[in-house]
Design a protein around this ligand. Structure first.
Ligand SMILES: [Zn+2]
Length: 467
């Protein structure tokens, strides 16, 4: 079994389980009446056990059986028997005989008791919530009765105002942090009961079920067949123009090549319905990068001699580098890198010995700088970086796409791997179309796409996803 280090002094793991009984009473009776009842309860506890300086349940359970019984009787008298009954789920007759005897209610089933506990825990797992601060106030107040800690007058004034003020009152903005920091102070001389804590967590986590929280965005079902067909028309037109008018034009070769790559990526996502998937995000990213590169090349063609040739050389140089590695160390024939084919591609372009192997960015500028230079900073900043997290498998993307959260506080909100693929990411369709249209409009500026075909693409309207 894996031993996980837990901070036994922390609120959530170490103190909250000890004070859960206070939380149950406040939850049942509401703040005003709950605090009143608790004042009576802890006053009696102090009278019965004047040496006790902490209201931790583990310490109450260590009092003489007789003292315990008289204390529990008082709680029953103020009408809180059923309220504390859920605790008998782990304070059983064997572990806490006097407690179980007083509070066990046969009419409260296991599920009901577990629900009361997890619902209360939901509110008090956060150490700063109003509900936890109220509990911490009671814990502190009980400690004050024992006279162990001496406070400053301003602190005493704030504490006296605390129970009679509403959380919305101005004074509470000072009072709550004071309560919390003073409650932390009493920690220094409180004893931690590790067995009690372990027993509590083991029991509540085993007794309650996982409550898996799945994020499911609507599945992309909108029909974009017409859009894809019209987009195809645009590319048919441009290809024919290229072959007929200027087949050896390197600029058009490069620009049409880049745009076709974007088109094919989008088509893949469309044909395999991947708009809600991780691959969809990869598609948006590459569409953006291609679009930025297109604009960058055109912008710099005057200042950079042979930019179209250099751009191709740069890409083939990267291929040549991988080829060299494969020749050195040899790769399996089943590798998706096919040595013979890649070798042919590298040589087709120019004798491979003439190709520079430059592993830096093309023009030594990364995508961000290129995006800035072509006024597409937003496209880069708002979209590209996010999708890059998916492409590189960074934690944000992993958390979003591959881990589900269990919402059960008794399980400390752990994560569960999403191996059954329950997560549905938000669709990338509108963004794909948005970037594709920018690309098409840009090609139109350069090559003049007939208005009718162009408009069919640009004016395509996708329906709103909410119907
Ligand atoms: Zn769970």
């Amino acid at each position: 079994m894996m031993q996980e280090f837990e901070d036994e002094k922390s609120w959530t793991y170490g103190r909250m389980p000890e004070y859960l009984w206070i939380g149950l009473i406040l939850r049942q009776f509401g703040r005003e009446e709950g605090l009143r009842k608790l004042y009576s309860i802890i006053s009696v506890l102090h009278k019965l056990a004047p040496d006790l300086y902490t209201a931790r349940m583990s310490q109450i359970l260590k009092l003489d059986l007789d003292v315990q019984k008289r204390f529990y009787q008082h709680i029953v008298c103020v009408g809180a028997k059923e309220v504390l009954a859920p605790l008998t789920i782990y304070l059983t007759a064997t572990k806490a005989p006097a407690f179980a005897e007083c509070f066990y209610c046969s009419e409260q089933g296991v599920d009901e008791r577990c629900n009361s506990i997890t619902e209360t825990m939901c509110k008090i797992m956060d150490h700063q919530s109003f509900e936890s601060t109220d509990i911490r106030f009671i814990a502190l107040y009980f400690n004050q009765l024992s006279g162990k800690v001496h406070l400053l007058k301003e602190q005493v004034d704030l504490l006296s105002a605390y129970p009679s003020s509403a959380h919305s009152d101005e004074i509470m903005r000072m009072a709550r942090p004071t309560v919390r920091s003073l409650e932390m102070m009493i920690l220094t001389f409180e004893k931690v009961d590790s067995d009690y804590l372990q027993g509590f967590w083991r029991c509540v986590s085993e007794m309650t079920e996982c409550n898996i929280f799945v994020i499911e965005f609507p599945e992309e079902k909108r029909n974009i067949t017409a859009y894809m067909e019209n987009l195809h028309e645009v590319f048919v037109y441009l290809s024919e123009l290229f072959t007929a008018a200027n087949p050896l034009n390197e600029k058009m070769n490069v620009l049409l090549g880049i745009a076709t790559y974007s088109y094919k990526r989008l088509k893949e996502i469309y044909e395999h319905s991947l708009f809600n998937s991780i691959s969809g995000r990869s598609c948006v990213r590459v569409l953006i990068e291609d679009y930025i590169m297109t604009k960058y090349l055109v912008k710099n063609e005057v200042s950079h001699d042979n930019i179209w040739r250099d751009y191709q050389l740069y890409g083939m140089g990267l291929y040549k580098l991988v080829l060299a590695r494969h020749r050195e160390s040899g790769a399996s024939v089943d590798s998706h890198f096919d040595e013979k084919f890649i070798e042919a591609l590298v040589n087709e372009f120019k004798g491979e010995e003439f190709i520079n192997m430059d592993t830096k960015y093309f023009d030594k500028q990364n995508v961000r700088l290129k995006a800035e230079s072509v006024d597409e900073k937003d496209l880069y900043g708002l979209y590209y970086d996010y999708d890059s997290s998916f492409e590189h498998g960074l934690w944000g993307a992993i958390r979003e796409s591959s881990l589900l959260k269990c919402n059960n506080p008794a399980h400390k909100y752990h994560f569960v791997p999403d191996i059954e693929d329950e997560t549905k990411l938000k669709t990338v369709l509108p963004d794909c179309i948005m970037v594709m249209n920018k690309t098409v409009l840009y090609l139109n500026e350069l090559y003049g796409i007939p208005e009718q075909i162009l408009n069919e693409v640009i004016n395509f309207e996708i329906k709103s996803v909410i119907e």
